[in-house]
Design a protein around this ligand. Structure first.
Ligand code: NDP
Length: 313
């Protein structure tokens, strides 16, 4: 296994990682950034980003990520393809194994690995993967034009996905396990007033059916109650929108996380408990999970890395 020593290593390539790379390269830290499995991160699976300041007409997620990457490269950031597979943060320099074949030793480490969509854990989700099951309406909604689809979840993501799909599909069922939506009021109102969205409160999806792809969902109403009721709905697409899992597993032996897996940082800073190791973006943000907040914390992480490295001299 080869070893390479760098001053500042950034793992992850969403708005947090790229922004950290812009700041770190402008501060002459010669950052090396590994992009991970999904270069550009979650935003590459969205279409229009309308709420990132500075784009009055909006911009597509992939375009914005490409711009951030180019901006980082302009200042000398070394952006590489590769996946961090193992870490040893027991002492500096911190060791991160890439693709199980190369070890990067870094004086400072910025973790910006983001979060990944969660699935219900049904066997059928695997069985119909790529055949009607999706965790990204904006990526796959196009395939369901004028068809019927179901979205699972009751938060802002689920409402956003249901609304997006309602513009394409004939009908959208929103499957919500509780008797209420957890989403913000404005999103709830939009969903409840959309003529082609039907909210199925107190329903759980327990399986899928279909010959050569999803043709419907097996549901249970009021699961576990005395009046529990089984029913099926016919849909062509099944979308998960039940939250995200932070991509923190490989750092867990060394870094403190909350019960969900979000990396714990000193409040108001990107500092983890390990000196010189910083976390930015969705991997450390259970609350906001926005591109602009991720970019903000990426900036903070790079500034803290610079200060840390200066004090090490
Ligand atoms: P949330 O955690 O807010 O919501 C997850 C939803 O999925 C809940 O309704 C939850 O149900 C449901 N759920 C979870 N597990 C299961 C399961 N096993 N079976 C059935 N249902 C399940 O996640 P979101 O991704 O929606 O949002 C995360 C954060 O991002 C929030 O703070 C949100 O406000 C923010 N956000 C903001 C947006 C915006 O402002 N435009 C857009 C998207 C997200 P239950 O309520 O029963 O727990």
């Amino acid at each position: 296994m080869t070893t390479e020593k760098v001053r500042c290593l950034i793992v992850g390539s969403g708005p947090a990682g790229y922004t950290a790379a812009i700041y770190a390269s402008r501060a002459n830290l010669a950052p090396v950034l590994y992009e991970g499995l999904q270069p550009g991160g979650q935003l590459t699976t969205t279409t229009e980003v309308e709420n990132f300041p500075g784009y009055p007409q909006g911009i597509t997620g992939p375009e914005m990520m490409e711009d951030l990457k180019k901006q980082a490269e302009r200042f000398g950031a070394d952006i590489r393809i590769g996946m961090a597979t193992k870490t040893d943060l027991s002492q500096a320099p911190y060791k991160v194994t890439i693709d199980d074949e190369k070890v990067i030793e870094a004086d400072a480490l910025i973790i910006a690995t983001g979060a990944t969509a969660k699935y219900l854990g049904l066997e059928d989700e695997k069985k119909y993967a790529g055949m009607g099951v999706s965790a990204c309406a904006t990526c796959d909604g196009f395939f369901y034009r004028k068809k019927d689809v179901a979205v699972v979840g009751g938060g802002d993501t689920a409402c956003e996905e249901a609304l997006y799909l309602s513009g394409l599909a004939k009908k959208v069922f929103l499957i919500v396990r509780k008797p209420f939506l957890r989403a913000s009021k404005v999103m709830q109102d939009r969903v409840l007033n959309a003529p082609n969205i039907e909210v199925l409160f107190e329903h759980n999806a327990i399986g899928l059916f279909g010959k050569n792809g999803v043709e419907g969902v097996h549901l249970v109403k009021r699961l576990g109650e005395a009046d529990e009721e089984k029913l099926d709905i016919a849909v062509d697409g099944f979308f998960l929108a039940i939250g995200h899992k932070p991509n923190s597993d490989i750092f867990k032996p060394w870094i403190e996380t909350d019960e969900v897996g979000y990396i714990k940082v000193e409040p108001g800073t990107p500092k983890t408990k390990v000196p010189g190791v910083f976390a930015a973006g969705d991997v450390a943000d259970p609350h906001y999970r926005q591109a602009v907040t991720a970019a903000g914390t990426g900036c903070m992480a790079a500034i803290e890395a610079e200060r840390y490295l200066m004090n090490q001299k």
